[in-house]
Design a protein around this ligand. Structure first.
Ligand code: 5GP
Length: 113
């Protein structure tokens, strides 16, 4: 099912895009929880982490590689950052298109809430 993120991929709504390849795209979260808060998503529709399969191995690897590139680009790689994937309602997933949150620029609490 299409989500708001498909509209960002298709440029139907604006987003602050920081990185893009043929298969993934990354943009600033509209409601950031830290000075660096980027969403990295596959262009393919994958609703939740539960929906990945072996055919997605390449794109999943690319999501992580792109994340490390953006962490460097945003200058949070040395100080540190966190990657979050919320899966379904108990984790607070609100957009049902797989996405990695890259959060950095401040000290992050552990365990998360
Ligand atoms: P989730 O709660 O599903 O893990 O994360 C969804 C994230 O998408 C939230 O942090 C929310 O702020 C962000 N988000 C929702 N709609 C939009 C939008 O239209 N544009 C951007 N850039 N971020 C969005």
């Amino acid at each position: 099912m299409a989500t708001i993120f498909n509209k960002i991929i298709d440029r139907e709504i604006p987003a602050d895009i920081v990185y893009e390849t043929d298969t993934v795209i990354a943009f600033k979260d509209v409601n950031p929880v830290a000075s660096t808060h980027i969403l990295i998503i596959p262009k393919k529709n994958i609703p939740t982490l539960n929906d990945i399969n072996i055919k997605d191995t390449q794109v999943l690897a690319e999501l992580l590689l792109v994340t490390t590139k953006i962490a460097k680009q945003m200058n949070v790689d040395k100080e540190g950052y966190r990657i979050v994937i919320n899966c379904n309602k108990n984790a607070g997933q609100t957009v049902y298109h797989l996405h990695l949150h890259l959060i950095g620029g401040r000290k992050l609490n552990w365990p998360p809430g």
